[in-house]
Design a protein around this ligand. Sequence first.
Ligand SMILES: [Zn+2]
Length: 303
Amino acid sequence: MKTKILNFFTVIMISVFIFSCGNGDKQKDDEKRNRIRVISTITIIDDIAKQIGKDKIENFVICETGTDPHTYKPKPGDPKKVSESDLVFINGFGLEHWIEEMVRNAGGNKKVITVTQGLSAITDDQGYGDPDPHLWFNVEYAKTYAQNILEGLILADNNNKDYYKENYNNYIKELDSLHNWILENVKQIPESQRILITSHDAFRYFGLAYGFEVRALQGISTEAKVQTDDVRKLIDFIKEKGLKSVFIETSVNPKLLEQISSETGAKVGGTLYSDSLGDPGTETGTYIGAVKHNVNTIINALK
Ligand SMILES: [Zn+2]
């Protein structure tokens, strides 16, 4: 019985396939079949891959919108998604401590590309000297992400090399103008107010690149427990500097920072995108859109 049903379906599938493939459709189907499958660990990398791969890739992401990669608990379907992909893009520097096991569970032999390759990380001076993985918030470093992604795509799909290169070149121009736009616009904030208080320490590269001092309630990973002493120190620091605003993040629980805000009188100046972009299809669903949102939020709160 089972075989009969299966045969019946196979016949239907083949008929549907034959009848649905007019020439244009067939070309579209072929194109779709030829697309390489790319999986990225975080939405930031996923978006950069999309900007370069465009319609020659089919993209998937492990930590979806609003998900914190530091504390991510892999889902049962993840290894399958990884095993069906031609390329795996990861950030590295300890952000995805769960990825090795996931790739192993997916059969091991995957092309894993670390998109921070060639960059060096600063270390966490509050914790145990771990590397700080949030390199993407220096837009100059995001260009290295793009370059490693380009090389990965060419490695997996050399036929479309020129297509990827053209998209990459255009994207680099956009990143260059974003970088200059930030440098120009942060000047609106008085120098003494260029201090960024956030839930977790995701903005140190941003601070170094664009001239902000950064302080966070938690270290570079949201896994760390917040100590009462750290809360006290941060409150004292905010009061001492007379800071007007603190910032919450979309992928981190805002509760403690909201308490600090009410205790110090510093407003919650807005929500920043740190380890996740906004919803796909919206403006902040792209890396460039999210960075612009962050910078505008920071400027409006601190100027
Ligand atoms: Zn983080």
